[in-house]
Each structure stands twice: as C-alpha cells, then as structure tokens.
Design a protein around this ligand. Structure first.
Ligand code: CKZ
Length: 834
C-alpha cells in the first residue's frame, strides 16, 4: 500500500487546522507571491520563463480558496441535505486564474500588488494554459452550470474525466486544418488536488457467476475482471463572492498493483509491467467529436469508468454519513446525466446497489428511477448513441444482464399499456434488433430517469413530437424544458471589463448576481451620451480583437467596419458554408461595382472540425481560400476583410465576444438544439442574424423582432420541403446565387488545387441536401442587407446593441440552474458557516 493511502495512527489535533485568515490586500498577496516565486520555486533574476510568475500567482490564490473549500464541504455534511451530481464526459472550464480573482473579489488588489513588484497582471494571466476538456457547447455548458451552482450555493458536485490530452490544438497550414496534441498537464496543474485516499477500483471484462444463498436469493458476482484504479483529482469551483467553493472531481485511470501473474511467472516481468500501461490509456485523450457518434470501444470504457467511479464515490460518502441504510437515498441524491454519454450509470447504479450493497431488484430500481435525470442535447440522428450488444457483453457482462432485465420489465409495462401493439414494443425496446443488435442509450436514460429535458423550448418540443414521442405518450410528466444559459461572471464581468464598469456606474453592481437587472438599461438606450460611451467601449473591444486577428491571421480589420463573427464547431448543419456564400456574394458585388450604400465588413470565422469529418475540413479550407482571394484583391480595400481564426477555444471567445457587432447563428431550423455562443454575444451587445432555431427563438422573443435580423425556413418548413426540394431551380431563379455558384464552380478559389471543393459545391446543388443551404440563401442575403443598413445608422445600431445586452438577463445560467433546482433537483442552498 502506498504511504499516500496509509492511515496515520497519531492523528494531529485540531490546532493543525487552526490558521489565521490569509490577507486579501495588495501587500499580503504580493508577499505570498514573492515567497512562492523565490522560495518554493527557487526562481531568481536569471529566470526568464513567464510560467513561474503565473504558477506563483495561481498558488497564492489557491491558498485563499482552500479554507473556503473545506468550510463548504463541512457545511454540506452538517446540513445533511440533498445533493446533486453533474455527470459529464466533458467540462470545458477555460482558464481558472481570472475567474478565481473575480469571484474572490481580489482582482483589484492582485493587480495593485503585482504592479508594485513591476509586474503586469494581464501578461502573467495570459500564461495559463486553457484546459480544453470538452468539445464545444455541451462541455462549456457544464462549466457554466458549475459556476452558477457555486454562486447559488447549491450542493452540487461535478464528476468528469481528467484527460491527459484535451481537445487538439488546431493549426492551419495551406488553408487546411492540422491537429496537434494538447498536453495541457505538461507543466503541472496548480488548480488540482490529488486525492489518492478516495481511489476506487473499476471492473472491466471477465464474466458473471450466480448462485443461490441460504435465504434462497440469487447472488450474482462479476468475476475474473480486469480492474483499473480511478484516482480523483479535485478542482475548486468558487462561487461569486459568497465564500462557497464547490468541487469538480475528475478521475484519472491508473493500473492496479496486481501484476499479470501468468506472465510474471513465465518470467516476462517487463511484459507484465507493460500491461499496466493499457489501464492508463482510458483517460489519455478526449474524443474530439461534437455531435457525431463514433462507437469506439475505448469511448465506452471511458463512459463506464466515469459512471462506476462516480457512483462508488457517492455511495461511499452515503455510507460514511448515513450507514448502509439506503431507504432515504433517493430523497437525498440526484444524478444529472449530461446527454447519454454517462447513461450507463442507470445500469451501474442498479449493479452496485444489488451486487455490492445487497439490495433487491425492486428496492434498487425504485432508488435508480428516482435519482437519475437526463438532459438531451441533440436531435441529430448521427449523434444518438448506440452500443453493440456484443461490445457490452465483452466489456461489461454484468451491466448487460441488468440492461436486459430492465428492458424485459419495461416492455412488459408497455405491453400492459398497449396490449398487442408489437410494433410499439419493437420501437421502444432498449435493444435495437438486427444483424448486430445495439443498446439504445437514450432509451436506457429515459426509462431509468424521473426527468428528461431538452435545452431550448423548440428543441424540447421537437423531442416529444419526434424522437421521444412514444415515451412521452407513456410518461408525459417526465418531460420538460430547461433553456440553456451562460455565466455572466466569465461571459460579461470578466471578459468585458470596460462594459462592466459602465454597467456598475449605471445600474449598480447587483446585475452580476441577478442578470435580469440589465433590463434597467432600457431607458438609457434613449440617452445620447450613454450611447456614445457604449459605442466607445465597443470600439475599444473591437480594437483589442483586431489586434489579435492581425497577430494570429495577419489580416487587418478596420474598426469602422461591422465585425461579423461566426465561431463554433464546424458542422454542415451550422452552415458556415452559407456564411461563405454571402462573403462570395459581397465580393461579386465589389467586383461589379455595386457598392452604393456599402457598410464595410470584417467577417471572422473560427472553429474546429472533428479530425475524421472530411466535409467540415473542406469547409475550413474553403473559408481560408476565399479569405486569401478577397484580402489580396485591391478592390476590396476598406470594404471587405475575411479571416479564419485558428484554434478557437474558451480564452479566444473571451476576446471575441466583447468585440463582435454581428453574431452569426444561421443553422438549419430544427438542428441546433440550443446554441450558447448566441447568448454570450447577446450579453456583450452583439446583434444576432439568425434562423428560428434553438435558443435564437427565445433571444428574439426577449429582444423584440426589431432588434434581431431574422431569415430562413422554420423547422416545420424544412421538414415539409424535404421531399420536393429543388436547389438547382432555386439557383437558376436567383441571379446572385447563380453568380456565387459560377465563381465557385469556375475554380476561382482553388486555382492550383483542382477539384478540392467539388463535394462542398455539390452539397449545395443536391436535392437531398439535409441542410437546405440554397433555400435560405435569398433570405440570408436580405437580412445581411438590413444589418448593413442598420449599421450605417450608428445611433440606431448602438440602441439595438444596448437593448440586446439589456434583454439578455434570461440567458444567465443562474436562471437555468434555478429552474433545474426548482423542477428537478429540489436542493436547499447552504451558506458555508464556520
Ligand atoms: O450541446 C449544447 C447545445 C448545442 C448542441 C450541443 C451538443 O449541439 O446546440 O447548445 C449545449 O446544450 N453537443 C453534443 N450534443 N449536443 C455532443 C457533444 C459531444 C459528443 C456528442 C454530442 C461526442 C459524441 C456525440 C463526443 C465523442 C463521441 C460522440
């Protein structure tokens, strides 16, 4: 046994924990910084690495979180009230330093203390690596939710995986995406606390054995398994200025100490030790797919590893506080499943309750179906998780038996409700029959949960009308909507200090806690002096963004232009291609001299493509090639600029959102479940050009139709056109679109790369194009013209910008979490006391 997990015999007395509070003043902070820099890290004037000042500052702040963290934990234990656990394969936390300073209310003091040492805070903070433990919206939503839970003092813990390699770093070479591994832990992570004493043992493989005990009960054992250790690393999640510090617990896979004895005895010591490596592969890398399934065995291992370790952790904690009586477990615990990625938890909780804690099926099932809650994040069929039964049998034999039993009992219930309706039973089965039968993870999640929600009103509506219709017929009360939100701490107070100051001066500082207060800005939209200050702040933020773009892309963005931005994962349904068609249309207009009443425009596009998604990679290439042609053409000077920003990530969005005028939210209606970038832009005073999709609909409801540039088919319109869609007819009937297609098809953007855009071009002309790009072209161009006209009227634009921010209160994740708590979790807030 390791000394890390050995208990000590002579326990220190409590005075070990009796420490004076740490200084929150400039001098005290600076002293700690100096001590860490010089004494702990041993750096002197010969050290020129920018990393150590960052690390010394991080630890200075972490110290200030530690005491609050402990007090929060103890307060939750003492309160003994209900807790929730957010289970997610992704937490896209972004940088922690600035957030910790803001939430601890020491940002000013730190800046001052460092200034006295001749150091600039902003430069030091820029050396923090951006932990990219997520793909996009789903992972960032989990991070915003943790911030809101801590800020609302809710006893919620995040559970995830500590990937050694996060989201790949994206380079652009000759216009193409190149992926580079992101070894973000290379220099250590000052924000994590290893907790080897809470290590869990996770089983894989092997087989099951059952026997009947003296009482006549069937006991099942999972034997001959290959076990892997799960070691937790805790990350503090500070609430906004309220002394609460919650926990994000991330599991790392480690090999057990039991060697492969056969190999060992055969004398292959190195081989048997090398086996240990395989175990640690489980948490090596984040799968870089967003909204597409890939069905790899390692991914299922990751999912079960998270589920099993987290549930064991919660059950261990339960037994510590309540003993082995589980009768009140469901009343005091709730697991929120972030999509189906952790849905195997339903069966794993059953397994642990029965096989490891001796409960009967009935008791275990009652607990499970009253503790699990499931959030669906997408309707795209390619993202719906299905796992081959044979893979389950091989990797998780006991879990598969339990899934079969859940299914048998569930189908009996369906048969009772709809006698003889065999087709319905087949449709609703957790197992999709066929040549290679599959487990339908969404159905497992629904059957095992007491709540199922979508992430925006339209999305939740489409779920119960379509994908989950049969289940809604059976259990209508289970289904609900929770429209997404984003945290106003990171996405306004932290990333936009200029605007924060103006808001503080105008409406006081309460808006950070209660974002609905932004509505008090509405009357100020009529005040010319206020508008001028608003405009100046936006221009300053645009200058900062332009500086980044110049440095990263080598493209100059003039500040009098509309900053027109689309940043998000690259996917056909998000229609970056439609954006490019508009750019080409503007280019055509310039070339033909049609520039009367022109509004100068800078188009910025950014986002990563899944490495195996060929079409998405071609779209990136097209954006880059179009950018090169447009920017090099002297006739576009002062009228149009285009740039693709590589390696879009959380820390980049913190510069982009404050500097954006026009937010592109142009997905095919019915396809983007919610979107969350749309909300970040709105909060920072950007105006949306968008379709009636996801949360765009609610954004438009909040801000009013006159402050939103709407275009495109509705979700119902898209579906009704499916079978008689004629893109070639549309192109032939629209001279502007015809010109765009002609230019593309002439090879103008791939002069020396014959055919590279053929697939992309053909997709627009394809009558089966699921994204109906051609159908929305005309509407999009017209909405863009309206945006340009509005922008030329500065007073009008600034008024619209103010109203967008003023009406963004609804999209605070505090509102979202308040609703999760009111309708699903029912937790009581706990204020940490001593
Ligand atoms: O969730 C956001 C929404 C977006 C939605 C996104 C999402 O597209 O509209 O605002 C927050 O609610 N992401 C995923 N599904 N919806 C998703 C993410 C990762 C992965 C998958 C789906 C992933 C998959 C499938 C990762 C690895 C393998 C397979």
């Amino acid at each position: 046994m390791s000394s890390l997990t050995n208990p000590i015999k002579n326990q220190p007395n409590d005075s070990v924990f009796d420490l004076p509070p740490l200084s929150m003043e400039p001098e005290g902070l600076a002293n700690d910084f100096k001590r860490y820099y010089a004494h702990t890290f041993g750096r002197d004037r010969d050290c020129h690495s920018a990393y150590y000042p960052y690390k010394a500052l991080a630890i200075t702040l972490r110290d200030r979180l530690m005491e609050r963290w402990k007090v929060t934990r103890q307060s939750y234990d003492e309160a003994g009230s209900k807790r929730a656990y957010y289970l997610s394969l992704e937490f896209l936390m972004g940088r922690a330093l600035s957030n910790a300073m803001l939430n601890l209310e020491v940002d000013g003091a730190v800046e001052k203390g460092l200034y006295n040492l001749g150091l600039e805070l902003e430069e030091i903070a820029s050396n923090e690596p951006d932990p990219g433990l997520g793909n996009g919206g789903l992972g960032r939503l989990a991070a915003c939710f943790l911030d809101s839970c801590a800020s609302l003092q809710l006893p919620v813990r995040g559970y995830g995986l500590r990937y050694e390699y996060g989201m790949f770093r994206q380079l652009v070479e000759n216009g193409e995406q190149v992926e580079e591994p992101d070894h973000w832990l290379r220099d250590g992570n000052p924000w994590e606390l290893e907790r080897p004493e809470f290590t869990q043992r996770i089983q894989f493989g092997g087989r099951t054995e059952s026997y009947t005990d003296q009482k006549g009960r069937t006991i099942v054992q999972w034997v001959d398994s290959h076990d892997v250790l799960a070691v937790p690393y805790d990350i503090p999640v500070p609430g906004y200025r309220n002394n609460t510090v919650n926990t994000l617990r991330l599991w790392k896979a480690a090999a057990t100490d039991d060697f492969d004895l056969d190999e060992f005895n055969a004398g292959s010591y190195p081989e048997s030790v090398a086996q240990k490596n395989a175990a640690e592969h489980i948490t090596m890398v984040l799968y870089p797919n967003d909204a597409s399934e890939n069905g790899k065995e390692l991914r299922l291992r990751q999912q079960f590893f998270l589920a099993s370790a987290s549930i064991k952790d919660v059950l261990r904690d339960w037994i510590r506080l309540h003993g082995a009586d589980f009768s009140r477990f469901a009343e005091l615990n709730c697991f929120q499943l972030n999509d189906t990625h952790p849905a195997v938890s339903v069966a794993e909780l059953m397994r642990q309750l029965m096989d490891e804690h001796g409960l009967e099926w009935g008791e275990a099932w009652n607990i499970t179906r009253h503790t699990m809650a499931y959030t669906n994040h997408t309707l795209l069929p390619e993202a719906l998780e299905r796992w081959p039964v044979r893979l389950f049998r091989q990797l998780l034999p006991r879990v598969l038996e339990i899934i079969f039993e859940i299914n048998a009992r569930f189908l009996a219930e369906v048969a009772l409700r709809w006698p003889g309706d065999i087709d319905r039973q087949r449709r609703m089965s957790l197992i999709e029959e066929g040549y290679d039968p599959q487990v339908r993870m969404a159905y497992l999640a629904i059957v095992g949960s007491y709540s199922v929600n979508g992430v925006a009103a339209l999305h939740s509506e489409l779920l119960i009308e379509g994908l989950f219709r049969d289940f809604h017929d059976l259990w209508p009360a289970k289904f609900n909507n929770k429209t997404n939100g984003v945290t106003p701490r990171r996405w306004l107070a932290q990333c936009n200090p200029g605007l924060r100051t103006l808001l503080d001066e105008t409406i006081g500082t309460d808006w950070v806690r209660d974002l609905d207060q932004l509505a008090r800005l509405v009357p100020h939209a009529e005040d010319a002096a206020f508008r001028e200050r608003w405009h100046q702040i936006k221009q300053d933020n645009k200058a900062q963004l332009a500086e980044h773009v110049a440095e990263i892309c080598g493209v100059n963005f003039p500040l009098d232009a509309i900053f027109d931005v689309q940043v998000k994962r690259i996917h056909e349904y998000k229609r970056q291609l439609l954006n490019v068609l508009h750019v080409i249309h503007l280019y055509n207009r310039i070339k033909r001299g049609d520039t009367a009443n022109w509004a100068p425009r800078c188009v910025l596009i950014g986002g990563k493509a899944a490495p195996g998604y060929v079409m998405a990679k071609q779209i990136i290439r097209l954006v880059n090639n179009v950018a090169r042609v447009v920017n090099m053409d002297p006739s576009t000077e002062g009228l149009l600029r285009v740039a693709f920003v590589p390696d879009y990530r959380v820390s980049l969005m913190e510069v982009i959102a404050p500097g954006t005028d026009l937010s592109e939210q142009i997905s095919t209606a019915g396809k983007e479940a919610s979107g969350t970038g749309n909300m970040k832009f709105m909060m920072n005073g950007a105006i949306t050009i968008g379709t009636l999709d996801g949360a765009n609909i609610e954004i438009r409801d909040q801000v009013g139709e006159e402050n939103f540039f709407l275009f495109g088919l509705t979700a119902a319109g898209v579906e009704s056109r499916r079978h008689h869609y004629d893109p070639n007819g549309i192109i032939a009937g629209d001279p502007a679109l015809m010109d765009v297609m002609n230019l593309l098809e002439s090879g103008h953007f791939n002069q020396f790369e014959g055919g590279v855009f053929d697939q992309v071009i053909l997709s627009v002309r394809n009558p089966h194009d699921p994204w109906m790009t051609a159908a929305d072209f005309r509407g999009y161009i017209e909405a863009q013209e309206q945006a340009a006209a509005a922008y030329r009227d500065r007073e009008r634009w600034v008024r619209m910008s103010i109203l967008n921010a003023a009406r963004s209160g609804h999209f605070s994740s505090d509102r979202t979490i308040g609703e999760y708590n009111r309708d699903i979790w029912r937790l009581t807030p706990v204020a940490p006391g001593r």
